[in-house]
Write a protein that binds this ligand. Structure first.
Ligand code: ATP
Ligand code: MG
Length: 200
């Protein structure tokens, strides 16, 4: 019998992608023996529908630039190519349809996103479609009393107190984001003039 493929899914707005995302994915890939981690930038986020975010194509390309050198990382367009808001259940259904029954899915999520997720209705289908790995994130509590039967694992990762919000604020204020994000992302943001608009 061949082993099932172990596929990590790292969903996010990635506006922009930063080293917190990359370390989380790398740690989970190693400790859960994943064959691949697919980064999936959201279309219009169902959690941030009113927030002004960078164009999907820019967020997608930044994810590609940041992950290009890692042979186990890849980037998917499934969420940005699906019309309407992005819901995690659609991401997982599409990934399941794409990869078939021979893959086990592991959805990777930070402590803040996991805590929110557990408050959603109808999480049953989510937990049928995928396992969930919650990783520590500075400033957010990971422990949750109501973790459903074995489908959620918690994992401590090296603490990186970096958020995309802070990166955007820094660019807007003319402050450096070197070493918070990969070099190529600093350059891409400069080249495209992202996050400079004070109204954005
Ligand atoms: P924003 O500030 O715009 O919300 P963000 O930094 O939270 O951006 P997201 O794209 O919202 O980034 O997050 C995608 C996923 O990565 C989420 O599951 C989030 O919890 C996780 N994540 C983000 N930053 C970190 C970090 N520094 N450490 C661990 N996990 C993180
Ligand atoms: Mg966030």
């Amino acid at each position: 019998m061949t082993q099932k493929r172990r596929l990590g899914i790292m969903g996010g707005t990635f506006d922009p992608i930063h080293h917190g995302h990359l370390v989380a994915a790398s740690e989970v890939a190693h400790f859960f023996s994943l064959d691949e981690v697919v980064f999936v930038p959201t279309g219009i986020s169902s959690h941030k529908p009113d927030q002004k975010i960078a164009p999907a194509e820019d967020r997608y390309l930044m994810a590609v630039i940041a992950t290009a050198s890692n042979p186990t990382f890849s980037v998917s367009r499934i969420d940005i190519d699906r019309p309407g808001r992005t819901y995690t259940v659609d991401t997982l259904r599409d990934m399941r349809a794409l990869h078939g029954p021979d893959a086990d899915l592991f959805f990777i999520t930070g402590a803040d996103a996991l805590a929110k997720m557990l408050t959603w209705h109808d999480t049953d289908e989510l937990f049928e479609l995928s396992q969930f790995i919650g990783v520590t994130r500075p400033g957010h509590q990971l422990a949750d009393p109501g973790l459903p039967n074995g489908r959620v694992s918690l994992m401590e990762v090296p603490a990186l107190s970096i958020s995309s919000t802070e990166c955007r604020d820094r660019v807007r204020a003319g402050e450096p984001i070197w070493y918070l994000v990969p070099d190529g992302i600093v350059q891409y943001i400069n080249k495209r003039g992202l996050y400079r608009d004070p109204a954005a």
